[in-house]
Design a protein around this ligand. Structure first.
Ligand SMILES: *Cc1c(COP(=O)(O)O)cnc(C)c1O
Length: 353
C-alpha cells in the first residue's frame, strides 16, 4: 500500500526542548487510515494534524471499542533517529485488536508507515538529554450506530508528541498504594490489552491514592486480592535476596515491552530471574525479615521507576531506605543507553528510521 502525503501549509513553532512536559504538544502531521468490510484497510495517508470530525453516535464514544499503543523515537549521537523494539508494539496492537474484535493490520506496513511519518516529522525529534518523540498509534470503531456489536468501520491513526525527560527533577523513588478495594482486571478479561476502558476503570482508585499522598496504585488480582499484578501503566519487579521477581503473565497483566527487556537483560547478566505468582504477603514478609532489597516499575514513559515506599492496609514498607536500588539504577542506565544509541543492545532491539 502506498502512503499519500499531504504537507501542512503552515508549520507550528517548535517548543523549547528544555521545557517539554508530557503529552501536551503535537506535531504538524498525523497518519490516518480507514477500514471497511469491502475494502479492508485502505487510504493510508500522512496529512496535517487536525481534529477528527465524528458523528455523536460514533461507536467508540459509547462502547469503548478502541485500542492504542505507546512507544518513542530517540535521537542518537550521530543525529539519526531510532525506535526501540517497535515490532513488539505492533504485535501487541494486533493482540489488542484481536481481543476487541477489531480487524488486524499488517505489522510490516505499520512499521514502514510509522517510519514514513517520523521521517516527515524528523525535525520534531528533540535532542536534549532524556527527551524523545512519543508515538501514539490508536484504533477506534467509527460506525455511527447505537447498539452493542463490533463496528464495521474503523480508523487507525498515529499522533506524535515531543516529550521531556521523565526524571527532570532527578531519578527519585515513588510512593505506591496497594488497593484492596478495587481491581483493574480479571481472568478472562481484557487486562492484557491496551484498550481504553482499562484506563477509565483505573481512575477511581488512582484518585484515592493521590488523596492519600501516593503517586500510583499497585493492583492485586481480581479474584483473591492476593497476588500482585502491576502498577497504573507499569509492570512491577521485586528484588528479594538475589532473585529478580515479576508476576507471571496471567492474562490480566499488560505484557510490557520494558518488562520483557528487563527480563532479557537480567538473564543475560546471569541474575536469577523469575516470572511467577507472588503474593502481597510474601513481599510484606520479605520486607519484615530484611530480604526485600528493591521494588521498581517498568514502562515506556519512565523506563524504570524505583519504588521507595509501599503501603498495604496499615503496613508501610520503606524500600531500599527510600533510595534508588543498584539494580534499578543499572537497568535504567542500560536500557536508556540502548534506546539513545549510546550502547549496543541485543540483536534486533533497535530499528533506525
Ligand atoms: C503500557 C502499559 C505497561 C507498560 O508497557 P511498556 O510496553 O513497557 O510500555 C504496563 N502496564 C499497563 C497497564 C500499560 O498500559
Amino acid at each position: 500500500m502506498q502512503v499519500t502525503i499531504k504537507k501542512a501549509e503552515q508549520l507550528k513553532t517548535k517548543p523549547d526542548e528544555n521545557k517539554l512536559g508530557f503529552g501536551t504538544i503535537f506535531t504538524d502531521h498525523m497518519f490516518n487510515m480507514d477500514y471497511s468490510i469491502e475494502k479492508g484497510w485502505y487510504d493510508p495517508r500522512i496529512e496535517p494534524y487536525a481534529p477528527l470530525v465524528m458523528d455523536p453516535s460514533t461507536m467508540v464514544l459509547h462502547y469503548g471499542q478502541g485500542v492504542f499503543e505507546g512507544l518513542k523515537a530517540y535521537r542518537n549521537p550521530k543525529g539519526g533517529i531510532q525506535l526501540f523494539r517497535p515490532r513488539e508494539n505492533f504485535k501487541r496492537l494486533n493482540h489488542s485488536n484481536h481481543k476487541l474484535c477489531i480487524p488486524e493490520i499488517d505489522e510490516d506496513f505499520l512499521l514502514d508507515s510509522l517510519k514514513q511519518l517520523v521521517t516527515v516529522e524528523k525535525d520534531w525529534v528533540p535532542s536534549a538529554p532524556g527527551t524523545s518523540l512519543y508515538i501514539r498509534p490508536t484504533v477506534i470503531a467509527t460506525d455511527p450506530f447505537l447498539g452493542v456489536r463490533a463496528s464495521h468501520t474503523y480508523r487507525y491513526f498515529v499522533i506524535l508528541s515531543p516529550v521531556g525527560a521523565y526524571y527532570a527533577e532527578g531519578f527519585n523513588p515513588v510512593k505506591i498504594l496497594v488497593t484492596k478495594d478495587h481491581v483493574r482486571a480479571v481472568r478472562g478479561g481484557v487486562g492484557d490489552t491496551k484498550t481504553m476502558g482499562n484506563y477509565a476503570a483505573s481512575l477511581y482508585a488512582g484518585e484515592e491514592a493521590h488523596k492519600a499522598g501516593y503517586t500510583q496504585v499497585l493492583w492485586l488480582d481480581g479474584v483473591e486480592l492476593k497476588y500482585i499484578e502491576e502498577v497504573g501503566a507499569m509492570n512491577i519487579f521485586f528484588v528479594i535476596d538475589d532473585e529478580l521477581i515479576t508476576p507471571a503473565l496471567s492474562g490480566s497483566i499488560l505484557p510490557g515491552i520494558t518488562r520483557d527487556s528487563v527480563l532479557a537483560l537480567g538473564r543475560s547478566w546471569g541474575l536469577k530471574v523469575s516470572e511467577k505468582r507472588i503474593t502481597i504477603d510474601e513481599v510484606v514478609n520479605a520486607h519484615a525479615s530484611g530480604h526485600l532489597k528493591e521494588i521498581f516499575g517498568s514502562g515506556t514513559a519512565a523506563v524504570i521507576s524505583p519504588v521507595g515506599e509501599l503501603k498495604y492496609g496499615d503496613t508501610v514498607l520503606r524500600v531500599a531506605d527510600g533510595q534508588v536500588g543498584p539494580l534499578a539504577h543499572k537497568l535504567f542506565e542500560t536500557i536508556q543507553n540502548i534506546q539513545y544509541g549510546l550502547a549496543e543492545g541485543p540483536q534486533g532491539w533497535i530499528e533506525t528510521v
